[in-house]
Design a protein around this ligand. Structure first.
Ligand SMILES: Cc1ncc(COP(=O)(O)O)c(C=O)c1O
Length: 388
């Protein structure tokens, strides 16, 4: 069944691009050296590969290579950004975030609240935008860190980052952005928009799982406390051997993302819009969650009145889509998504939501086939009287 399944869950993770896999291969075998072993050629070759990848990551975001701290992924990068700026060396005591952040932002902030930090969670509109007037109100000149994601992993809405960045700069607040979903979809230029901390993940951009980065400005690095101890790696900010093969894959993933930035987003949008057109042509009744005006080109989040998404998936097993974020559906009890609730949906509306995300290897044929399977599944549920 897996072979016949059509994968439309690229926001959960992407398959590794074969070009990336080829580049990684030698670093599992003949170039296996520890990049921190500076006394021999094995280590030095590995260190050179890590340095070259660091430069590739930096090039995509127009920052300095020294700003890049490799981590195990976006979850760790978010934890390091938030928990790391609440140390003795840092003045930050107030955090402002949004209600639709990934749990790897919201849960560390819960921890910080217990440790005495002030945490403000901003509301979002029905369209999915963070309330920037409320943000401006919270920026009172005190040492504050604002954490707002670039693009949402469930509804795909892209936040007005330039406006948020300007507000933070004027108020002297630091800005952290989880950009894991926006990379490769829109340019992110740290030379022209001011950011202090940026979170990245390799497996959202066709690289391997288990690697990502936190980009941190010099001013932040000066006060950032590490979360792991026991090695001086990453300038003392992330102890642990840097996994050369994964980092090499991440570097090539960034290089490919840069090369494809002028063409790939437009192709993804064509596929996504075709999906919408197919559902309409098949008379499948649905409503789109969040605005279409500022949205990732590969995301579609729709609710089908009266259905339960999980029941629909059982009717259309040949389509691999998601009922929300992979992370929330992986937790022990499936609560309605906090993102969908935050934009004002009821529990039933949230449960009737399907997230479809296309990617680099999606074809028009797959889109047409998947749309027809989903529409047939809805028709079958209606026949069975399973639609409320
Ligand atoms: C917005 C966002 N942040 C963080 C993560 C976690 O990423 P990682 O798997 O690299 O830890 C994800 C992935 O699900 C995500 O979509």
């Amino acid at each position: 069944m897996r072979k016949k399944s059509i994968y439309l869950d690229y926001q959960a993770t992407t398959p590794v691009d074969p070009r990336i896999l080829d580049a990684m291969r030698p670093f599992f075998a003949e170039e296996f050296g520890n990049p921190h072993s500076s006394s021999h050629i094995f280590g030095n070759n590995s260190a050179r590969a890590v340095a070259s990848s660091r430069a590739k990551v930096a090039q995509l975001f127009k920052c300095g290579a020294e700003d890049v701290i490799f981590t195990s992924g976006a979850t760790e990068a978010n934890n390091l950004a938030l928990l790391g700026v609440f140390g003795q060396r840092s003045p930050i005591r107030k955090f402002v975030t949004s209600a639709i952040e990934h749990p790897s932002v919201l849960e560390p902030l819960e921890q910080l609240k217990r440790r005495g930090a002030e945490v403000v969670v901003l509301p979002v509109s029905r369209s999915g935008f963070v309330d920037t007037a409320a943000l401006a109100h919270e920026l009172d000149g005190g040492p504050t860190l604002v954490s707002v994601m670039a693009a949402n992993n469930e509804i795909g809405v892209v936040q007005p980052l330039r406006e948020i960045s300007d507000l933070c700069r004027r108020a002297g607040a630091w800005l952290h952005t989880d950009a894991s979903q926006l990379v490769g979809k829109q340019p992110i230029d740290l030379a022209s928009v001011h950011w202090d901390l940026l979170t990245l993940s390799s497996h959202k951009i066709y690289g391997p799982k288990g690697v990502g980065a936190l980009i941190a400005s010099y001013a932040v690095r000066e006060v950032l406390s590490p979360l792991t101890f026991g090695g001086g790696q990453e300038n003392g900010l992330r102890a642990g051997t840097v996994p050369t093969s994964l980092v090499v894959g991440f570097g090539i993933a960034c290089e490919l993302a840069a090369d494809l930035l002028s063409s790939e987003p437009a192709s993804l949008e064509v596929l996504r819009d075709r999906f919408i057109a197919e559902l309409q042509a098949l008379n499948m009744p649905f409503e789109i969650n969040g605005t279409m005006q500022a949205r990732l080109p590969n995301n579609l989040s729709v609710r089908v009145k009266g259905i339960d998404a999980i029941t629909l998936f059982a009717m259309a097993p040949g389509v691999a889509v998601s009922s929300g974020s992979a992370c929330s559906s992986a937790s022990a009890h499936v609560e309605p998504s906090h993102v969908l609730k935050a934009i004002g949906l009821s529990d039933d509306e949230a449960r009737s939501t399907i997230r479809i995300s296309v990617g680099r290897f999606t074809t028009i044929e797959q889109v047409v086939n998947a749309a027809s399977q989903l529409a047939a599944g809805v028709a079958k549920l209606r026949e069975l009287g399973a639609i409320a």
